[in-house]
Design a protein around this ligand. Sequence first.
Ligand code: TXA
Ligand code: MG
Length: 347
Amino acid sequence: MGLKMESSEFKSKNQKTILASPSAETFMMAKEIVSSGGVVAFPTETVYGLGASLYDIDAINRIFEVKGRPNDNPLIVHIHDKSQISMLVKEISESAQKLIDAFMPGPITIIFKKSDVVPYEVTAGLDTVAIRIPNNKVANEFLKACQVPIPAPSANTSSRPSPTTANHVFEDLNGKIPLIIDGGNCEVGIESTVVDATKEIPIVLRPGVITREEIVKVIGQAIECFAVAEGEKALSPGMKYKHYAPLCGMLMVENNVVENLITLYDEKVRNGGKPVILCFEQTKLSLGDREIAVIGKTEKEALVNFYRLLRELEKDYDYIISEAPQKNGLGGSLYNRMKKSCSHNII
Ligand code: TXA
Ligand code: MG
């Protein structure tokens, strides 16, 4: 395989993107790219990330450019070992330490006061830094090989569904980055839970598969704050942007589910549209002979499948009519993403 390339080549705007399986050669190439200022896409247990060196400001700016990400939306710094946390942060509060002990490595991101080694380009000017240790062998080998902390957002074009396979990354970023490490399907399927541990009562800023209930069991208390009211400053800058949207229209049905799914579907068909219903397996039984995609039997399955299905269905249909999940527990984390995917278009 021709894995060797010139450093100027992988910074160019139109370049060859290699999809490579994890191997010693691949990790060596990833390290070379990162240490010469390039960006690399890599798998984690949640979604794929797009990483560069913490110490290379041009490379960090390149992440924002490649994704089309607004530069006031900070990145999560990825590391492979808990011992790396202390150099990135000013202090570790008691509750932060409990969260680290209970959930890292895993699908959680913890926010700390940042130390001086973390550039403001990574934190979008904030004095805090988000840190995550993925629980994924390929991610950790990549992070170890790079030998530096790796700031990385999800490896999708801004506002698109996050990538849960290497091919999703390829769809969005082909020609823009030199290397995608193919680690197969992400086993969680949505992004990590983000918890701000700099506050006296920690705040869950983004729900994930680690739920507020589990966090409360470990630290006694935690509040949730995902919404941003009109004109208000977002606690987590990512909250305010359009997110996870398919290219086709989408609407979420939360009341009189079966009746509304059927009525809306039939209305779209009558108007010459090509809709599809996205629902849980149990609901499918009540929907008769219509185009249907099953999101899963359980909420856990639904989380794994959600982003992948959005990317598949947008290719074949012009409208997704989606059944809303429960608003608590894992269902609540799916609800949070689905609401954004349909731009709060909810019935
Ligand atoms: O699972 C994940 O977290 C994936 C994988 C690749 O690790 N990453 C990910 O990154 O989802 P991204 O950039 O798509 O989402 C990061 C979120 C954004 O909503 C951002 O605003 C928030 O974390 N965030 C980052 N640093 C923050 C900070 N210092 N304070 C508050 N929110 C922060
Ligand atoms: Mg993202």
